[in-house]
Design a binder for this molecule. Structure first.
Ligand code: ADP
Ligand code: MG
Ligand code: ZN
Length: 416
C-alpha cells in the first residue's frame, strides 16, 4: 500500500509539534514507512532524524540508532524525552543507574528508539540484549563515518553491515550530510549489503553563505587578525592546517584583543570541552581550529568561516564552510591561499594526474575553486556532482554584477 503522508500529519503534530513534513522528508518518510531501505542525503539542519524517528514512534518495534558521538546521542535523547517519547541510550559515559534503567526499558519492550555507539553494535556480547529485544529498524546517523576517504572515518562503522545481519537484517535507514559521490557510493556498497536503498538526495546549495577567496602570500596571521577585527562581536571559526598554526593565530588574535581560543586534538580533553562549551555559549567568540573541530558542533549563529589556507579536499572545504549561517542569516566563508601553494598544486596536478587519477581530480577541483572567475558555489558543488545557477553572492558573482553596473555608467554619457 502506498503511504498517504497527509494522513500522517496529525501524528506528526502530536508527536513532534510540526505542522507538516518538509518535501524531502515526505519522500523519505514515505519510503521508510513502506519498509524500504532508505539512504537520506541532504545538508545539516534539513531534518534527517525524522526519517527514522517518525516510523519508530508511529509503528511497532524497536529502532536502534548508531551514532558516532556521545554528545549527539545525549542531545537527541534529551530532546525526545522532553516530549515524553520512549527513547534511551546505551554508551560508555553514563552512570550505572542510567544504564540499568535503559536495559530494563529495553527488556520490557518500553523503548522505541535506542541510541548506541557503533562499537557496541559491533560487539556480539554487547549486542545480545538488542537481539533478544528484536530490532525492526537500524538507523545509521552520520553514515559517512563508514567512508575511509571521508574525514570522519570510524573503523567501527565498517562492522555495521555485519551487525545488521546478526540482528536479522532489519530495515536500514542511513543519513549523512556529506555530498561527495565517492563517499555516497562507499556507503551504499558497505552498509546495505548489496541491496540498493532508496536514495533521497537533496540540494547542497547554501543560500546564506557568501563564498570568497583571497590570495595571501606568507604567514596569514596578520590578514586573519584584520578580517576578524572587522567582524568583532560576531562568532566565527578560523580553520588552520596544523595544531601549531592554530596556537599561533589564536595568539595573534588575543594580542589584538579579540576573544579567540585554539582547538585541536592535541589539547587535553577537559580543555577542549571547556573551549567548545565557551564557544557554544558566547555569540562573539572566534575558534581557531584544526579539522578536529566541527562534527556535532551545531551552532546556529556562526557568521563567518575563514580558511587560513587551502585544505586537502574540496569536500573538507564544503563541510567546513557549511558550519556558518545555520540560522539562515547571511554568513561568509573566506578562503585564504598562498599563490605559491597554488602553483605547486598545479604542478602536482599535472604530475599526479598521470599517476593517480583520483588525486589528480582532487587537486584539479581545489585549484579550480581558487582560480575560477565564475561562480564559487558552482565550482564548489560541481565536484560533488551538483550543477546549479550562479549564486549571486560570492566574490566573483558580485564582481560580475559590479562590472555590469560600470558598463551601464560608462554607457550613460554616450547616450546623452
Ligand atoms: P539534520 O540531521 O538533517 O541535520 P535534524 O534532524 O537534526 O537535521 O533536524 C534539524 C531541525 O529541524 C531540528 O530542530 C528539528 O526539530 C527541525 N525539524 C525537522 N523536521 C521538521 C519539520 N517537518 N518541521 C519543522 N521543523 C522540523
Ligand atoms: Mg543529523
Ligand atoms: Zn557565485
Amino acid at each position: 500500500a502506498t503511504i498517504d503522508l497527509d494522513r500522517e500529519r496529525g501524528a506528526l503534530k502530536e508527536i513532534f509539534g510540526f505542522d507538516d513534513f518538509k518535501p524531502l522528508q515526505r519522500q523519505a518518510v514515505g519510503a521508510a514507512l513502506n519498509g524500504e531501505d532508505v539512504f537520506v542525503l541532504w545538508p545539516t539542519g534539513g531534518g534527517k532524524s525524522l526519517v527514522y524517528q517518525y516510523p519508530a514512534l508511529t509503528r511497532p518495534g524497536l529502532c536502534v540508532v548508531a551514532s558516532p558521538l556521545i554528545a549527539l546521542m545525549r542531545d537527541q535523547v534529551a530532546k525526545l524525552r522532553a516530549r515524553g517519547l520512549p527513547a534511551g541510550a546505551l554508551h560508555m559515559d553514563q552512570d550505572a543507574a542510567e544504564a540499568k534503567a535503559c536495559r530494563k526499558a529495553l527488556r520490557d519492550g518500553a523503548l522505541r528508539l535506542l541510541y548506541v555507539s557503533p562499537e557496541r553494535l559491533g560487539d556480539p556480547e554487547a549486542r545480545a540484549p538488542l537481539q533478544d529485544a528484536g530490532v525492526r529498524m537500524l538507523a545509521v546517523d552520520e553514515a559517512h563515518c563508514i567512508s575511509e576517504w571521508g574525514h570522519d572515518f570510524r573503523p567501527d562503522y565498517g562492522r555495521l553491515a555485519e551487525a545488521a545481519e546478526a540482528l536479522d537484517r532489519p530495515q536500514i535507514i542511513a543519513a549523512t550530510a556529506t555530498a561527495s559521490p565517492r563517499t555516497r557510493a562507499e556507503i551504499a556498497q558497505k552498509l546495505f549489503g548489496g541491496r540498493a536503498p532508496r536514495l533521497i538526495l537533496g540540494s547542497f546549495r547554501r543560500a546564506a553563505i557568501a563564498l570568497s577567496v583571497e590570495a595571501c602570500a606568507g604567514d596569514p596571521a596578520g590578514r586573519i587578525a584584520r578580517l576578524v577585527a572587522a567582524r568583532r562581536g560576531q562568532c566565527g571559526v578560523v580553520y588552520c592546517a596544523t595544531r601549531r598554526q592554530t596556537e599561533a593565530v589564536a595568539a595573534t588574535l588575543a594580542e589584538a584583543g579579540l576573544p579567540a581560543a585554539a582547538y585541536h586534538a592535541g589539547l587535553p580533553a577537559p580543555l577542549r570541552e571547556a573551549r567548545q562549551d565557551e564557544f557554544l555559549r558566547r555569540s562573539d567568540m572566534v575558534m581557531v581550529a584544526t579539522i578536529a573541530f566541527g562534527l556535532g558542533v551545531d551552532k546556529p549563529d556562526v557568521r563567518y568561516i575563514i580558511h587560513a589556507g587551502l585544505p586537502d579536499h574540496v569536500e573538507t572545504l564544503y563541510q567546513e564552510t557549511g558550519r556558518a549561517g545555520r540560522d539562515g542569516r547571511p554568513a561568509e566563508a573566506i578562503t585564504l591561499f598562498d599563490p605559491r601553494r597554488l602553483a605547486a598544486l598545479r604542478d602536482a596536478r599535472d604530475e599526479v594526474g598521470r599517476i593517480d587519477a583520483a588525486s589528480g581530480a582532487r587537486v584539479e577541483a581545489l585549484t579550480r575553486y581558487v582560480a575560477t572567475t565564475g561562480c564559487r558555489e558552482q565550482a564548489l558543488l560541481a565536484p560533488l556532482g551538483e550543477t546549479c545557477p550562479p549564486c549571486g553572492r560570492c566574490d566573483n558573482c558580485r564582481r560580475g554584477a559590479l562590472g555590469t553596473a560600470f558598463r551601464v555608467l560608462r554607457a550613460t554619457p554616450d547616450a546623452a
